[in-house]
Ligand binder design. Structure first.
Ligand code: MF3
Ligand code: CO
Length: 282
């Protein structure tokens, strides 16, 4: 269990958890730096940001339908977010050109909304919304089935959601980040699916992407210790076929499955609390 990762003086952690942190550090576990643990004030900001994020997704859920373009979804996200005083986090992020990621069928993630892309009956789409409010970030995504979809796609969408719920059940203080990935990849594989390995979740709060990086193919008892005040996303990408992917050369963003079979993803932002977890955005 001992490893050579950096450890931080336990005196920098809140009084309440200092002894427990010292114990796990002495056992050689990865303990993330204390500055990543959110203060009550920061959590208020993150909750407010998350309320906007959830309201935007609720709006999309009510209005999404066959025949609209993904550019229309982008306009809705921009309008709703800014009406509520927020900023869409993707807009301009590392050059991303739109306010939201819209990923249809064999697009795993980071699809770019377009007026040329029209939702068809039978499509499955991930709408990934991220908000900045007063400097605080939130991030969550949902799948939508457009009209009636095949039983195969419906099951993929359902399983991806179950994966997030199972992962969430693992979130509690003094567990390990690896506990989450283990239950997720076990469930996905039991249904005959695969889990994307190289793209994962992330810590979140004062920045869009903070430590830790969150993999969904990990093992129980490994990885960073879960400490009250840590906030991160659970967002496994579940593929109907093989886990391989490629990124569209033309735009540098859109991630497709290599075998062009469908992929599904749900995402939540979750906080580790003193007695379990709190879902901030879903
Ligand atoms: N919401 C995505 C995530 O979960 C954000 C991708 S970056 C973007 O990390 F620029 F494409 F939005
Ligand atoms: Co995310």
């Amino acid at each position: 269990m001992r490893s050579k990762h950096k450890s931080y003086p336990e005196s920098e952690y809140p009084d309440k958890i200092r002894d427990t942190v010292r114990y796990y550090q002495s056992m050689g576990h990865i303990v993330l730096p204390p500055h990543l643990l959110k203060t009550p004030k920061q959590l208020e900001g993150m909750r407010a940001s998350s309320r906007i994020n959830v309201a935007v997704l609720d709006y999309i859920e009510k209005n999404i339908r066959p025949g609209i373009s993904t550019a229309q979804i982008d306009r809705w996200v921009y309008q709703k977010t800014t009406d509520m005083g927020g900023i869409p986090a993707p807009l301009g992020y590392e050059g991303f050109p739109k306010s939201v990621c819209t990923s249809i069928n064999d697009v795993i993630c980071h699809g770019i909304p377009s007026s040329k892309e029209i939702l068809q009956e039978g499509d499955i789409i991930n709408v990934d919304v991220s908000t900045i409010y007063k400097g605080y970030y939130s991030d969550s995504s949902r799948m939508f089935c457009i009209g009636s979809v095949s039983p195969e796609k419906e099951k993929l969408v359902r399983t991806a959601k179950e994966c997030v719920k199972l992962g969430l059940e693992q979130v509690k203080p003094w567990g390990f980040l690896g506990d989450i990935g283990e239950v997720i990849h076990k469930h996905a594989r039991a249904q005959g699916y695969s889990v994307v390995r190289e793209i994962g979740g992330h810590g979140i709060g004062l920045a869009f992407h903070e430590d830790p990086w969150v993999s969904y193919v990990t093992h129980k008892g490994t990885g960073p210790l879960l400490i009250p005040g840590m906030a991160f996303t659970i967002e496994p990408m579940i593929n109907m076929g093989r886990p391989g992917f490629y990124i569209d050369d033309a735009n540098g963003w859109t991630v497709y499955t290599a075998d062009h079979k469908p992929s599904a993803q749900w995402e939540i932002t979750v906080l580790v609390t003193e007695d379990g977890s709190e879902v901030l955005a879903w």
